[in-house]
Write a protein that binds this ligand. Structure first.
Ligand SMILES: Nc1nc2c(ncn2[C@@H]2O[C@H](COP(=O)(O)OP(=O)(O)OP(=O)(O)O)[C@@H](O)[C@H]2O)c(=O)[nH]1
Ligand SMILES: [Mg+2]
Length: 401
């Protein structure tokens, strides 16, 4: 699973990305700072299962800080999108190409209204961010439409002649975009498009189909960024009217805190609702001022910076993920070197014990015999549907390398 960070230029996408991944990709207050995509590792924040099991853990693929497990997930930050990008304007199709693999999207909006639709700086509060939500979604849909429409006459006729299904031909067109044929069929049915008669579908039908496919295959959350600025609060309330998942966000504040944590200046776990300055006497007056501002404009106003909440929400609310802990020794809850609860895997709801085996290693999946629920000590079959916080041992004919 991979989550993409999108939006018009200059909204703070790279700032969000750097904060979430502790990277150092270039950020600046002008449009098109980012050209090539930045790919990095962000973390999901969950309560670690070790607490309820009453053991001490020793993570390998993730981190555990005082019962908070941080699990790595992939994040990609791409170039800004301007109106008519689908036709190639700005960095155009490149943006869309770079985000094709994403399973969900974080739309970073400049909630302060201080940048126009091309990302140029304007007086605070003079641009309406609600317009950005519409245009970004529309660009995406028009881009999809352009791909689906390519060769449409031939495709629709072939489908009508009964040689091949229209859904599989559209799926083929959209291959590499992390869109499944099942999602396409669901969208066609929801729109009551007659599968056997695609030559009768209008341009509007096709546009609506693309919109519906995008909605299911690339669910979106709105990061209402620059929440620290004075004009943002009102716009954040207005954004909620759009019936999207909206979370206030202060990417710059999060970045400041994470960098300060790295340097040992503050104690802060991403997602916390406060931070602690380790040694106030050691701060310069400028640093003090910056932390005071973050406290006032972000933590007191919104409770947290929103960055961690947005990443969690993308994985748990949009992608319906669960966290599963595979172990090799179901008694000691460890791997074979004795590390307790070494790994935490993020999986889609509905995944089975066999899916987990395959995720660990193809050989383990192929040689799957049964699984063991390490909490209950019971045997599980291949098609057992995993639950959040399951601790699972896979028994397989294949030995793990
Ligand atoms: N006030 C405020 N400014 C922010 C925040 N996040 C980002 N910015 C500023 O917004 C500007 C743009 O930041 P970037 O992260 O480069 O934006 P981007 O969306 O990646 O821009 P492009 O790559 O050009 O599309 C910079 O001047 C940041 O300092 C925030 O939370 N609050
Ligand atoms: Mg950028």
């Amino acid at each position: 699973m991979i989550v993409g960070v999108i939006g018009k230029p200059n909204t703070g996408k790279t700032t969000f990305f750097n904060a979430a991944t502790l990277s150092h990709a270039p950020m600046a207050s002008y449009p098109f700072t980012t050209i090539n995509p930045n790919v990095g590792i962000a973390y999901l924040r969950v309560d670690c299962v070790h607490k309820e099991l009453g053991v001490k853990d020793n993570p390998v693929n993730s981190i555990c800080i005082n019962g908070t497990r941080l699990i790595p997930v992939e994040l990609v930050d791409v170039a800004g999108l301007v109106p008519d990008a689908w036709k190639g304007r700005g960095l155009g199709n490149k943006f869309l190409d770079d985000v094709r693999r994403a399973d969900a999207l974080i739309h970073v909006v400049d909630a302060s209204g201080g940048t126009d639709e091309e990302g140029r700086i304007v007086a605070l509060g003079t641009h309406d961010p609600l317009l950005d939500v519409d245009f970004i979604e529309r660009e995406f849909d028009l881009w999809l439409l352009q791909i689906v429409k390519r060769d449409w006459q031939r495709i629709s006729r072939t489908a009508e002649a009964g040689t091949e299904k229209i859904s599989s031909m559209i799926a083929e067109r959209l291959s590499g975009l992390s869109i499944t044929e099942k999602q396409i069929i669901e969208s066609m049915d929801a729109l009551k498009l007659i599968r056997e008669k695609p030559t009768l579908w209008t341009e509007e039908d096709l546009f609506n189909l693309c919109r519906s496919i995008r909605n299911t295959s690339k669910p979106m959350i709105i990061a209402a960024n620059k929440a620290d600025l004075s004009t943002s609060a009102k716009n954040i309330e207005r954004l909620k009217v759009k019936k999207r998942l909206v979370i206030p966000c202060a990417a710059e504040a999060e970045l400041l805190l994470r960098r300060a944590t790295e340097k040992g200046l503050v104690e802060y776990i991403p997602g916390d609702s406060s931070f602690r300055i380790v040694n106030p006497d050691k701060l310069t007056s400028e640093q003090k001022k910056a932390f005071d501002l973050v406290n006032d404009k972000v933590f007191k106003a919104y409770g947290n910076t929103g960055v961690q909440q947005i990443i969690n929400s993308a994985y748990f609310d949009l992608l319906k993920s669960i966290v599963v802990y595979p172990v090799e020794d179901e008694k000691k809850l460890s791997d074979k070197t004795g590390r307790v609860l070494p790994d935490a895997y993020v999986m889609r709801e509905g995944s089975t014990a066999r899916d987990l085996a395959y995720k660990i290693h193809t050989d383990l999946g192929e040689g799957f015999l049964y699984a063991i629920d390490a909490k209950k000590g019971t045997r599980l079959s291949a098609d057992y549907i995993l639950e959040d916080k399951d601790v699972i041992k896979i028994v397989s004919t294949a030995k793990r390398g």
